[in-house]
Write a protein that binds this ligand. Structure first.
Ligand SMILES: [Fe+2]
Ligand SMILES: [Fe+2]
Ligand SMILES: [Fe+2]
Ligand SMILES: [Fe+2]
Length: 403
């Protein structure tokens, strides 16, 4: 399947920015600014197009393990980047590097995520000096620290003076001196000023070398699982929900004798159907009581955000539709678009049925999962009320009986 990694990256960075913003209070578009700075430094170092592309991917995904980290550690609202005394910043580096180990990069990027918090004097989480830290990691580190500390989305001359002072004071402490000099030389006040919130996307799009290539279906599964894990780790209430829907979508594809490409696309759609939840506050996702009317409307937005995020991936428009309409109902009472039966195709209907079946049968902290028969009887009831497709419910009944 032909895909442009750049599109996946933009889609992802949008979602990731929302997570960073909520969990550790970093200003939005942070990952894009980090990538942009890295590309300027990388160009200066003479990197070729494929290396620049890899660097951009690593830079955008440098904190990909934040939801997982917060989940594993059970710590909320802690400043992962800056509060080194309270927590071990290295944990999200280890998890983040591991998540990307099968990612189809152009070249070797090992250590890029693992060591993105190392200081040049060896005082970082793993005690590596600049000499022992891969260049990608050092570039991400300097870009990340400066943006996290100063929010380059909003720059003033006074702030710029503080940045220069900070960089110079940290020569060979936090950052290797050559990269400090290169930063100061290439990222002048005027260059940094261009990185305003709404302009950074355009700047980055122009800057990242476009790499579109054929990916094997196995590689698409790797992308899918990567996304699904980040989504699922956002809330322990729905742990494994996306991964399990992806698997069930693939089982149904087999049941319908779909070809391999359609099966993979259905898997992808299942994996990312709730990617919009990354934009929704964790407090609302995990609220134990009934949501108020306003909270419920806000929560419904996740399906729209799923559409907004996925529609950016050229070539996967059909997946954006299948995935984002999993809360639509045949009688038009669903969301986010209020589509009716004649507007909902087979794959959209399948996703809707699978989402409900999975939600009913999975165990969550506040409830035991229902048995297959009980879940099917609820689905049948919904089909009778013209919410979901009856024939798909019957197929699900057969495909998952005894599982
Ligand atoms: Fe980080
Ligand atoms: Fe960061
Ligand atoms: Fe959903
Ligand atoms: Fe869901």
């Amino acid at each position: 399947m032909k895909l442009c990694i750049n599109d996946i990256l933009y889609a992802f960075s949008y979602a990731l920015d929302c997570v960073e913003n909520e969990l550790i209070g970093i200003a939005s578009h942070h990952s894009k600014r980090v990538a942009y700075i890295c590309l300027i430094l990388g160009e200066n170092l003479g990197f070729n197009e494929l290396q620049l592309n890899d660097l951009a991917v690593c830079a955008v995904l440098h904190d990909n393990a934040l939801t997982e980290y917060i989940h594993e550690e059970g710590i909320n609202g802690i400043d992962v980047v800056n509060d080194k005394d309270k927590i071990n910043a290295g944990v999200h580096c280890v998890l983040g590097e591991d998540n990307l180990k099968n990612f189809p990069f152009n070249g070797d990027v090992s250590g890029a995520i693992l060591y993105h918090h190392e200081n040049s004097d060896g005082s970082g989480p793993f005690g590596k000096t600049w000499f022992e830290t891969p260049i990608y990691a050092q570039l991400i580190h300097i870009a990340d620290r400066i943006d996290a500390e100063f929010n380059l989305g909003f720059l003033t001359e006074e702030k710029y003076e503080k940045i220069l002072k900070y960089l110079n004071e940290n020569k060979n402490i936090e950052f290797y001196e050559d990269y400090v000099d290169m930063f100061i030389e290439n990222l002048s006040y005027d260059v940094l000023l261009k990185m305003k919130d709404f302009e950074i996307e355009i700047l980055l799009e122009e800057k990242i070398p476009r790499v579109c290539k054929e990916y094997s279906l196995e590689q698409i599964i790797i992308f899918s699982d990567f996304f699904a894990n980040i989504i699922d780790y956002k809330s322990e209430f729905t742990m494994r929900h996306s991964v399990n829907i992806a698997k069930k979508a693939a089982i149904m594809a087999k049941y319908y004798s779909c070809d391999e490409e359609t099966t993979t696309k259905l898997y992808f759609a299942g994996a990312v159907h709730d990617i919009g939840k990354l934009v929704i506050d964790k407090d609302i996702l995990e609220k134990p009581d009934k949501l108020t009317e306003n909270e419920y409307i806000y929560m419904q937005n996740h399906a729209y955000y799923t559409y907004e995020i996925l529609r950016r991936i050229r070539g996967l428009e059909d997946i954006a539709s299948w995935a984002s309409m999993h809360h639509e109902k045949l009688n038009g009472s669903g969301y986010p678009f209020g589509k009716t039966a004649d507007e909902l195709g087979f794959k959209e209907r399948l996703m809707a049925c699978l989402d409900i079946y999975q939600a009913l049968t999975e165990t969550r902290p506040y409830k035991e999962g229902l048995k297959h028969d009980k879940a099917i009887s609820i689905l049948k009831n919904m089909a009778q009320n013209n919410f979901i497709d009856e024939s798909i419910v019957n197929d699900i009944e057969i495909a998952f009986s005894g599982k």
